[in-house]
Ligand binder design. Sequence first.
Ligand code: CTP
Ligand code: MN
Length: 600
Amino acid sequence: MSTRSIPEALIHEIRERIDIVDIVSSYLPLKRSGANHQGLCPFHSEKTPSFNVNSSRQIFHCFGCGEGGNVYSFLMKIEGLSFPDAVRRLAEKVGLTVPDEAMSPAEEKRREETELLLRINGAAAEFYHQLLLEGDEGKVARRYLRQRGYDAESVRQFQLGFAPERWEALARHLQEKGFPVEAVRDRLGLTRAGKEGRGDYDLFRGRLMIPIYDVRGGVVALGGRVLDDSLPKYINSPESPVYHKGRVLYGLHTAREAMRRLGCGIVVEGYFDQMALHRNGFPHAVATCGTALTPDHARLLKRYTDRLLLLFDQDKAGRQAALRAMEVMLPEGLSVAVVELTDGDDPDSFLVRHGAEAMAKRLEAAKPVIEYYMDLTLEQCGDGVEAQARAAEAIADKLRLLKSDIERDLYLRTLSARTGIDAALLGRRTAVAVAQSETPPPAPRLPVPTPRPAVRPPASGKLERAQKTMLRMFLEGQIAATELASDDLEALFPDSGWRRIAVAALALAAEERPLVDGLQERLEPDDLALLAALLMEAHEALLDEPERLLVDCRQVLLKHHAEARRRQLPELIRAAAAAGDTGAEAELLQELQQLLKKKL
Ligand code: CTP
Ligand code: MN
């Protein structure tokens, strides 16, 4: 796997030379508090700090949202990087190089191509930008922009450009720069093949050009707007290896920091809306690029904020887009509100007509999206009893999208008050919708039972504590590896996460390597977050005698294991009998008898 192809020793060495406190501090202010440094968590919004960085262990953990890990996890999460890229980024900082052989040849090729495509797009954006800034050809575009209130500074800020009314302006320019025509034409679609031996011709002609960046500021695509009323109004780069419009948000590379700082983001539909907001002091706005919001967009936004304002065009299409966005964003656990403007406006025209202060007021007055949906649905359904009932049903169904049952309950009461329909009745409807949306995975075909399938209910409370205590004692060197190694790990660690950590730690112990440190190189991000949580929590064994505590933990876990197995066995025996596997049946029966005997 690519994430593990960089040598462990190098990953370790880079980490050794970096202080996680420095790295985190460059993103948010930290204050020392006891053994840790604390700050406001950048991964969820909060008013009192529950985000902890531990300098001696070089890990972080948020007691509020559960995010955690080491310096690489932090960088991956906050910058949206892959693991190898996070390693590279930090390697650069400390003057080490990650050898490229660490990548597979296929990965290497993909990376090279991505770099080339971004360079080509970047060169195209710069070419168009210069043509807009100077020269006669760009005059029309400069006039157009001036009318919309854009001066040279804004043109630079957004790297706006102008594609002249010529057939081969960009094609020639890129060729002169030595870029391969296949990449320009076939991979990026910036040019198209001419007919009958003629050269490739430009996709964008006579348009105002808007570069579209990824989170790291690479130009992944370009959008081109006509300078008059002709159609199509916009042409965009086609999808390419570097551009998937369902995964890109215009302006995110500059907006993300502001989103974090302000604890909220604004989503608009148009490029000009986004630019207008930025110019008017709303730096936390991003635009979709001519597509509906996708679950990928929602997850991308969630890295930076969990509160979003939908600021869409005030027309039928905009209202529908807001409702579609609701379906996508609520299931991701985002809090979403809809901003309403004067009818017929879009954010850009509203700002031109009413200014920034009026906009700020509208943003403040944003309505939670479910309330917006409720208002819209009840307004539109009219007064008939039947129509009202249908509307209430539709709304009760929609409440399934809410993650919090408290919120759901509040809306049910509101809906009941507004329609006069019994809240309990509406609540049953919502409950059914919730159950239906949680479609269970298709039932597996009944397999011939193996003697030891690892099906177990998730452990909680007491079990969770026992697993964590044992693991922590082991990691702190309070109990020996043999205490764990000699047992059935599935019984001692019913939760797969803790079990994976135990397995990795035992392997490290066998290699006589430091445990906590080694684990950081070996665990996947989710498990690393678990580990960070474990290490940050108060540890009871320090107060107690480890040996006695170990006995208690084991007893709890082994007893639970035996009981779970005993409950599971009758079903397995029936299945074995049904499948005609008499060998397995006998074995399972014997196991059950032994378990029952032990219990007596
Ligand atoms: N769009 C597109 N192709 C079109 C029309 C629109 O890709 N033919 C996308 C663009 O990303 C555009 C967005 O949909 O920014 C919203 O469209 P619209 O509201 O018409 O554009 P604005 O950005 O508001 O542009 P303007 O204010 O200049 O009309
Ligand atoms: Mn507009």
